[in-house]
Write a protein that binds this ligand. Structure first.
Ligand code: GSH
Length: 207
């Protein structure tokens, strides 16, 4: 059994979609981030960064268990555990790692900054709002360009690169810039990934 520590955010959905896609049984512990439940001593002891999502896999050889934190690590760990959604070919695998890195380290932080300065900031700083709006636009254009050339982010196969990217398209990109109409390839991909039953189930976790 796997324990999933999560919240209803884009990062949380990445982990629940992967668990659903792999058909692995899991138990959900839900955290209210606004109430700072993730800062509880029990969770900090498990994951010193105290952010979600984390998983604890109790089904490890030799009776051990392991805690894995962060969407990229969780998806890679589960792909290795199940042998799914990660191509065997090293060149294709490199493309998967590249696009996972882009989503985690480029697209994700661009949206975090955009959200912080446009939604959370107590006073508007026009320079910062404009900086992050333009950065988000640039990142969406990179995804659009890649998906105009390929069925999926890392090529013709559905992989963990798509699983890590989908919740961003389904949540953050729908918040800003509002819809994906000006990005036809990203829209086509989001529709096809969003139609997968496992993705639909994962997007409803935690209930
Ligand atoms: N690098 C992490 C980022 C995780 C993250 O940003 N989690 C946010 C929710 S989406 C969080 O737990 N925020 C609460 C906090 O920072 O206290 C990942 O890829 O999973």
């Amino acid at each position: 059994m796997i324990d999933l520590h999560t919240s209803a955010t884009a990062n949380g959905f990445k982990a629940s979609i992967m668990l659903e896609e792999c058909g692995l049984p899991y138990a959900v512990t839900k955290y209210d981030l606004v109430a700072r439940q993730n800062l509880s001593p029990d969770y900090v002891a498990m994951n010193p960064v105290a952010r979600i999502p984390s998983i604890v896999d109790h089904d490890v050889p030799d009776g051990r268990s392991v805690c894995v934190y962060g969407t990229q690590a969780i998806l890679q760990y589960l792909a290795e555990k199940t042998g799914r959604f990660l191509p065997g070919d090293s060149v294709m695998r490199a493309a998967v790692y590249t696009w996972m890195g882009i989503v985690s380290s480029d697209v994700g932080p661009a949206y975090s900054g955009q959200f912080a300065f446009s939604v959370l900031a107590p006073e508007s700083i026009p320079w910062a709002v404009d900086y992050y709006d333009r950065l988000v636009d640039r990142m969406l254009l990179a995804l659009e360009t890649q998906l105009a050339r390929n069925a999926y982010l890392a090529g013709d196969e559905y992989t963990i690169a798509d699983i890590i990217a989908y919740p961003v398209a389904a949540t953050s990109a729908r918040r800003y810039p509002g819809n994906l109409d000006s990005l036809p390839a990203l829209s086509r991909w989001a529709q096809s990934v969003g139609a997968r039953p496992a993705v639909q189930r994962g997007m409803k976790v935690p209930a």
